[in-house]
Write a protein that binds this ligand. Structure first.
Ligand code: AMP
Length: 519
C-alpha cells in the first residue's frame, strides 16, 4: 500500500495505474474507488473500503481532517489523528493508496472565504446539523469536490450514518455534473446499536452503553411506522420520549425530512428520513433511519442458466408484484436506436437518444402473456421481438450510456417498489436496498445438463456435456470480471442452489423467504 501526501504524487500514481492493462479482468480501463474519510478508521470506514474493493480495481482512501468543516468552538484540534494505525488497517483491508494531504497542500486555511468554495443549496445546509453547524456542509462540499476532482474516481463511497452529507453530495454531483457514482453504504453499529464513529472515543464506557438509546428510539419509531403511523409529530414524539429516558442525553434535534431534498415533512407519503443529533458528555452523536412506504422489492441475481428469469416471472405473478423485464427494456432501447437510423457503433449518438427517452412497462399476472412495453409513448411490445432487434440487442446493451440510462429508469420505478427484478447486479447496484435479495446458483454440471436439454427440445445442434461445461465456465468468468455490471453476490443476499430443484420448488422457496423477511 502506498501513502501520498501531495496531489502531484497521487496523480502520478493514478496515471500509472491507468496505463497498466488489467490482465486479470481483461479490461482496458482501470476502475477507481474513492473512500473519503477524516481518519481514525473503524469498522464503519472499513465497510466502505470493503465495498470499494469489491467494485473497483484500485481503491484510494483519503484521510483529511478538514478544517473548513469545523466551527471555531468545535473539536478540530482534539479530533483523533491516528495515521500509523490507519495505515496498518488500510494495508490489511487491501487499500491501494492512502492520500493524506496537509491543509496547505489542499490550499485550505481556516477561513472558507479566502478560497474558492462550493455552496450547496441553503435549503439543504441550513437544516438538521446545519442549524448548529453553520458553514459545515459548505466545508464538506468544497473538500469533497476537490477530492473528486483530484482522484476522478468512478465511484465514491459514503456512509448512511451521515445522511445529510450524502444527500448534499449527491446533489452537488448532479448539479455540477461530476462524472462519478455516489455509493451509500449502510451504517455499521456496535452490539448496543450505537453507530460506530471516530467520536465515540470521547465517551466513557458508561456513556457508550447509554448511547444505545439513539438507535433504540429510532427503532421504536420505525415499529410504529410499520404499524401504519405516518404523522411526523407522532413519529418524532416516540423518539423524544425514548431519548428522555436517559438523563445524560442532551437532544439537539429530532427531525423528519424528505431524504433527498431534506425538506421537513409533516407526514410520510413516500419516504422519510428520521434523524437525531444529541450530545452525551463530550460527544456529539448522530443517527437516522429511513422510513419507506414503498412496496417491497425482490432482487434475484445469479449466473446465466440458473433459471433466474423464469423464476422471477413466477415469483412476481404469485406475489402480485411487477416483473421488471430488463431484457424487454434493452430491446426497447435497441428498437429506438434502430428506428432512429443510428449506426450500432455510434455510441455518442446512441447515448444522446437513450439518455432522454422514457420507457413504460406493465406486466400481466398471466405468465404466458409478455410484459407490455412502451417507449416514448409508443407501444413496442411486438416490435421488440423482431429479428433485427434480437440481432442487435447485445451490442446495444454492452454500451455504458445505455446501461446508465436504464439504471436511472429502473431506479425511478424502484421508488414505488412492488417489483421483482433479475440480473447480475440488481441486489448490489440497481436496488441495493431491496427487501429481499436472492442469489440463484446451480453447479456448472447442472447448468450444462439443463442447456443440453433445451438444445434437445429445440432440436438444435447437439453439444457434449464437456463442451457445454467449458462454455459455461468461460461465461461465468467473463460475467464476473466484465467492466459493466459484473455478476456480484450482495453480502446480504440469500443463496439458493437450484441443483435438483424444479422451477416451482425454487419459486416456492423464494415466496417463503419473502413472507419471512416481510413480517
Ligand atoms: P468520517 O471519517 O467520520 O468523515 O467518515 C468517513 C466516511 O465514513 C463517511 O462517509 C461516513 O459516513 C462513513 N462512516 C462513518 N461512520 C460510519 C458507520 N458507522 N457506518 C458506515 N459508514 C460510516
Amino acid at each position: 500500500m502506498r501513502l501520498f501526501t501531495t496531489v502531484a504524487a497521487l496523480r502520478c500514481y493514478l496515471n500509472l495505474c491507468q496505463s497498466k492493462p488489467q490482465i486479470e479482468t481483461n479490461s482496458l480501463s482501470v476502475s477507481i474507488g474513492l473512500v473519503p474519510t477524516m481518519g481514525a478508521l473503524h469498522e464503519g470506514h472499513l465497510s466502505l473500503i470493503e465495498r470499494a474493493k469489491r467494485e473497483n480495481d484500485v481503491v484510494i482512501v483519503s484521510i483529511f481532517v478538514n478544517p473548513l468543516q469545523f466551527a471555531p468552538t468545535e473539536d478540530y484540534q482534539s479530533y483523533p489523528r491516528t495515521l500509523d494505525r490507519d495505515r496498518s488497517l488500510g494495508q490489511q483491508a487491501g487499500v491501494d493508496a492512502i492520500f493524506a494531504p496537509t491543509a496547505e497542500e489542499l490550499g485550505v486555511n481556516e477561513k472558507l472565504s479566502s478560497r474558492t468554495s462550493v455552496l450547496p443549496p441553503p435549503s439543504m445546509t441550513s437544516v438538521l446539523c446545519g442549524k448548529s453547524r453553520p458553514g459545515h456542509f459548505q466545508g464538506v462540499a468544497t473538500i469533497v469536490s476537490q477530492l473528486l476532482n483530484i482522484v476522478q474516481p468512478n465511484k465514491a463511497y459514503f456512509g448512511q450514518k451521515d445522511a445529510q452529507q450524502v444527500a448534499i453530495i449527491r446533489r452537488l454531483v448532479k448539479d455540477l455534473s461530476f462524472n462519478v457514482e455516489i455509493v451509500t453504504c449502510p451504517t455499521v453499529r456496535e452490539a448496543s446499536g450505537l453507530a460506530k464513529s471516530s467520536r465515540n472515543q470521547y465517551l466513557t464506557p458508561e456513556q457508550t452503553a447509554q448511547a444505545g438509546v439513539l438507535y433504540r428510539s429510532l427503532q421504536l419509531s420505525k415499529l410504529a411506522f410499520q404499524a401504519g403511523e405516518r404523522d411526523s409529530k407522532v413519529l418524532k414524539g416516540i423518539v423524544n420520549k425514548e431519548l428522555a429516558t436517559v438523563k445524560s442525553v442532551a437532544v439537539e434535534y429530532v427531525e423528519l425530512v424528505e431524504p433527498n431534498t431534506l425538506m421537513p415533512l409533516e407526514k410520510i407519503e413516500e419516504q422519510g428520513l428520521l434523524a437525531i443529533a444529541a450530545r452525551i458528555g463530550e460527544a456529539r452523536l448522530i443517527d437516522n433511519v429511513v422510513l419507506k412506504v414503498r412496496q417491497p422489492i425482490v432482487a434475484i441475481d445469479g449466473p446465466a442458466g440458473a433459471g433466474k428469469s423464469t423464476v422471477a416471472r413466477q415469483v412476481a405473478a404469485a406475489l402480485g408484484l411487477v416483473y421488471l423485464d430488463t431484457g424487454a427494456m434493452y430491446r426497447a432501447l435497441t428498437w429506438l436506436v434502430l428506428q432512429s437510423g443510428i449506426a450500432i457503433d455510434d455510441e455518442s449518438a446512441i447515448a444522446q437518444v437513450v439518455s432522454s427517452c422514457s420507457i413504460q412497462l406493465t406486466s400481466s399476472t398471466q405468465l404466458d402473456r409478455p410484459v407490455r412495453v412502451w417507449i416514448n409513448g409508443e407501444e413496442v411490445t411486438q416490435a421488440i421481438r423482431s429479428l433485427e432487434v434480437t440481432a442487435n440487442v447485445s451490442a446495444i446493451a454492452a454500451q455504458k450510456a445505455v446501461r446508465m440510462a436504464l439504471l436511472q429508469q429502473q431506479q425511478s420505478w424502484g421508488l414505488k417498489g412492488g417489483l421483482v427484478a433479475e440480473g447480475r447486479d440488481i441486489g448490489t447496484h440497481v436496488f441495493p436496498d431491496a427487501e429481499l435479495k436472492v442469489f440463484l446458483t446451480a453447479s456448472v454440471s447442472e447448468r450444462a445438463r439443463r442447456r443440453q436439454q433445451d438444445f434437445q427440445t429445440q432440436e438444435q445442434v447437439d453439444c457434449t456435456l464437456e463442451q457445454l461445461e467449458q462454455t459455461i465456465k468461460e461465461r461465468d468468468r467473463a460475467d464476473s470480471t466484465r467492466e459493466l455490471a459484473p455478476l456480484q453476490k450482495a453480502p446480504d443476499a440469500i443463496e439458493i442452489c437450484t441443483d435438483g430443484l424444479s422451477i416451482n420448488q425454487v419459486t416456492e422457496k423464494i415466496i417463503n423467504l419473502y413472507h419471512k423477511v416481510l413480517i
